[in-house]
Design a protein around this ligand. Structure first.
Ligand code: MN
Length: 202
């Protein structure tokens, strides 16, 4: 069984004007596709890994080579990211997550400030995350295609929100203005899926 590129759960242009169609097309059809292809090539070269799920590969990634770390991370992260976006998303968190964000960070506004700080200050390429770690919400960031379920992560936890801050995610529309892209992300976030991840993580 080889890994498959999951289709985007919406049209390339469905996230306009916040994320533009050309960026979505290139991001999914070329970047994510390349991670899947290169991950499958790495598994072909090391058939002992062939029966593992992507999650199983990630949690023991220190035992695998750089190709599994980079391309497996790329596949895991992007598969998660697409589901965390939706047309006409945005608004505010609800339910238990809203309560726990307020308790942990003070308010949703304060949370967004802290999250943006982590996302802007990630030098070079990487991801910003809201995770559940030891039962509590925490903001973290990872370099390259690393993620918080990897055994090598500085802050390990279950992802609840993921934001790609590679330039390929925003450069066509936002150029060097990563902060504007982060602001735009909150207009697309799929809180229903965030709540599903949060319930599972707790
Ligand atoms: Mn990306």
């Amino acid at each position: 069984m080889s890994f498959q590129l999951p289709p985007l759960p919406y049209a390339n242009n469905a996230l306009e004007p916040h994320f533009d169609a050309q960026t979505m097309e290139i991001h999914h059809d070329r970047h994510h596709a390349a991670y899947v292809t290169n991950l499958n090539n790495a598994i072909t070269a090391n058939p002992a890994l062939a029966d593992q799920t992507i999650e199983e590969l990630m949690v023991n990634v220190s035992q695998h080579g750089a190709a599994v770390r980079n391309n497996g991370g790329g596949h895991y992260n992007h598969s998660l990211f697409w589901k965390l976006l939706k047309p006409n998303g945005g608004g505010e968190p609800t339910g238990r997550l809203a309560d726990d964000i307020n308790t942990t960070f003070g308010s949703f506004e304060k949370f967004k400030e802290e999250f943006a700080k982590a996302a802007v200050s990630r030098f070079g390429s990487g991801w910003a995350w809201l995770v559940v770690a030891d039962g509590k919400l925490a903001i973290t960031s990872t370099p390259n295609q690393d993620n918080p379920i990897m055994d090598i992560a500085e802050v390990k936890g279950s992802p609840v929100i993921a934001l790609d801050v590679w330039e390929h995610a925003y450069y066509l529309k936002y150029q060097n203005k990563r902060a504007d892209y982060i602001t735009a992300f909150w207009n697309l976030i799929n809180w229903d899926h965030v709540n599903v991840l949060y319930a599972a993580a707790k």
